[in-house]
Design a protein around this ligand. Structure first.
Ligand code: FES
Length: 578
């Protein structure tokens, strides 16, 4: 933002605060997830025996019941729950994708369930010296108050799902994640299943052995239960009061949110304009992503609005000058995808004035759209070499052939054209009918691109000769191709829609290369290459005929080399002398 910051515009400090809150939420969530994962491993030991569970518990307590881990664990729990409530308060709309809604509902259900678990165990241990062995927990939850047992199962399932969804949202934009996702998904199911099975096995063992008076006496002795009946009453009392307090806190947050919404509704609405002409009037402070969702406009948001994936990015038009500058985290995400200066994350910007936006990705964007991409993918002007090739008289050939034969020959032909292009370092742009378009030098520079294009043309000619030799009994006449190569400044970038997007180039030089390919028909040649390409490549093509040809849109004729058989092109050194 240039000029003085308006008082009603959110500050950069506000953006930095949002960055920190996101990191704290992620960090505290990871601590809780690790705690839960280790706890479930301890439960799963019940599949071996109750004794194995108890032995595992000793190790578990060494890790998680020391003062430092206690502060870390309960601090993370309080922080994470507080941040969930804060996020709920800040949300301008509760219209959410299903998975996100599920995660928030799960997150709200965890604290009251956790209290039922933690108070009779950890708090009772601290207040009354109870040794909360597995035997104690199983007797208390499964044999004496089965309702608690059911609540514990609910806690296990909901907390695990909540954690897995959070981890999934965190990791799904990492490049290494997709191949591992099925394995991790399997683990996400097996882990709690093993824990539940272990717990049930342990409970069965207790239920059977408790009839043995000597074993039962030993079990109860190990629990070091307090003699006073008040202890149990106190434990239930703490659970009850904590549940009421949490319900009151949630009600307070929802009430505050409602008051804020009512106040904001009195303020002048801001209008978000979309390229389709749609206008969405929203309260100031709502993110653009929330505005899209509230109006039912499909908008990509792979990370669920956490500011990590970049798939919600929009180009901001008029009104963008009133937005606060991007925070460090937003900038980092935008730089990762090589976004232009006028591109922002829709989930991070909260317009206070009318704003025009253009979502840049299709609503169906996938995690791979969030990954780092070379600058040319986002669109840039650069000098490259463009090659067009086309098969001659293929229509006549295909008219008298079975579709199967046509497809077979075409695929052989495409392979014969595609391989030399890729081997020479070119980018196969597209196959159009029986034609092919390729770009050279996008990353290696125009001079190398011109050399690579000439190399590709020579190898394509040789490949078509080999293909003709292979198919000589199947073809009425040898396949013939025409190739045109030109160089110039073009706009390179990923263009298209959804899955039909690819890196391509547009510009005058592209049209000219196509025109040169057509010129082969006039000269009965295999390759027409502009003199400019030979000059940029540093290759002497003086041995081939030179012509001046008219190109539509050019006042001057263009100097070209006409090559009857491109397989006779000279070998070109990887880096010819300039
Ligand atoms: S939704 Fe992922 S960065 Fe905005």
């Amino acid at each position: 933002m240039t000029g003085a910051q308006r008082a009603d515009v959110p500050s950069a400090a506000g953006s930095r605060r949002a960055d920190w809150l996101t990191r704290l939420r992620l960090g505290s969530g990871i601590v809780l997830f690790v705690y839960q994962a280790t706890h479930l491993v301890n439960h799963a030991l019940g599949l071996i025996s109750l004794a194995a569970m108890e032995a595992g518990r000793e190790f578990f307590l060494v890790v998680w019941r020391n003062p430092a881990a206690t502060v870390l664990l309960y601090g993370s729990l309080a922080l994470h729950a507080g941040l969930v409530l804060y996020t709920l308060y800040r949300r301008r709309t509760l219209r959410l994708p299903r998975a996100e809604a599920l995660q928030i509902i799960g997150g709200l259900a965890i604290p009251p369930l956790f209290v039922v678990h933690a108070v009779p165990n950890r708090l009772a241990h601290e207040l009354f010296g109870i040794t909360d062995t597995y035997g104690y927990v199983i007797v208390a939850t499964w044999l004496q108050t089965p309702l608690f047992g059911v609540l514990m199962v609910l806690l296990l399932v909901i907390a695990w799902m909540h954690g897995c969804l959070g981890v999934h949202y965190w990791l799904k934009i990492k490049p290494w994640y997709p191949p591992w996702a099925p394995l991790l998904g399997g683990l996400a199911v097996l882990w709690p299943a093993a824990a539940l099975a272990g717990y049930v096995a342990g409970a069965r063992e207790v239920a059977i052995r408790i009839d043995d008076p000597a074993w039962a006496e030993e079990l109860f002795a190990a629990m070091t239960l307090p003699a006073q009946a008040e202890a149990a009453a106190a434990i239930y009392g703490v659970i009850e009061r904590t549940e009421y307090a949490m319900a009151a806190l949630l009600a307070l947050i929802l009430a505050l949110r409602w008051i804020r919404v009512v106040i904001e509704q009195r303020r002048q609405l801001v209008t978000i304009r979309y390229p389709s002409g749609q206008r969405v009037a929203v309260q100031p402070g709502m993110t653009v992503l929330e505005a899209s969702r509230s109006a039912g406009i499909p908008h990509a948001s792979v990370c669920g609005g956490r500011g990590r994936c970049s798939t919600c990015r929009v180009r901001v038009g008029s009104g963008g000058e009133h937005l606060p500058p991007a925070s460090e985290d937003e900038l980092r995400v935008l730089q990762r995808v090589g976004a232009a200066a006028n591109v922002r994350l829709a989930c991070q910007i909260r317009p206070q004035r009318d704003l025009a936006v253009t979502p840049l990705l299709a609503p169906t964007a996938q995690p791979h759209d969030a990954r780092a991409r070379p600058a040319h993918v986002s669109g840039s002007e650069r000098e490259i070499a463009i090659l067009f090739a086309d098969m001659r008289a293929f229509t006549a050939f295909s008219e008298h052939r079975l579709p199967y034969d046509v497809v077979f020959v075409l695929n052989q032909y495409f392979r014969a054209m595609g391989r030399p292009i890729e081997d020479a370092g070119g980018h196969l742009d597209k196959f159009i009918g029986d034609g092919v378009m390729a770009l050279f030098g996008i990353e290696r520079g125009v001079a190398q691109g011109c050399r690579d294009a000439l190399t590709a043309a020579r190898e394509m000619a040789r490949a078509i000769n080999e293909l003709n030799a292979t198919l000589k009994d199947d073809l009425p006449a040898p396949l013939r191709i025409g190739i045109g190569i030109h160089t110039g400044a073009v706009i390179v970038g990923e263009m298209g829609y959804a899955r039909a997007s690819s890196i391509t180039a547009i510009g005058d030089a592209v049209n000219t290369a196509s025109r040169l390919e057509s010129a082969n028909k006039e000269f009965h040649s295999q390759l027409v290459v502009s003199a400019e390409v030979a000059a940029r490549a540093g290759v002497d093509l003086g041995a081939f005929p030179q012509h001046d040809i008219a190109i539509r849109g050019r006042s001057e004729p263009m100097q070209v080399y006409v090559i009857e058989d491109a397989s006779g092109l000279p070998e070109i050194a990887a880096r010819a002398a300039a």
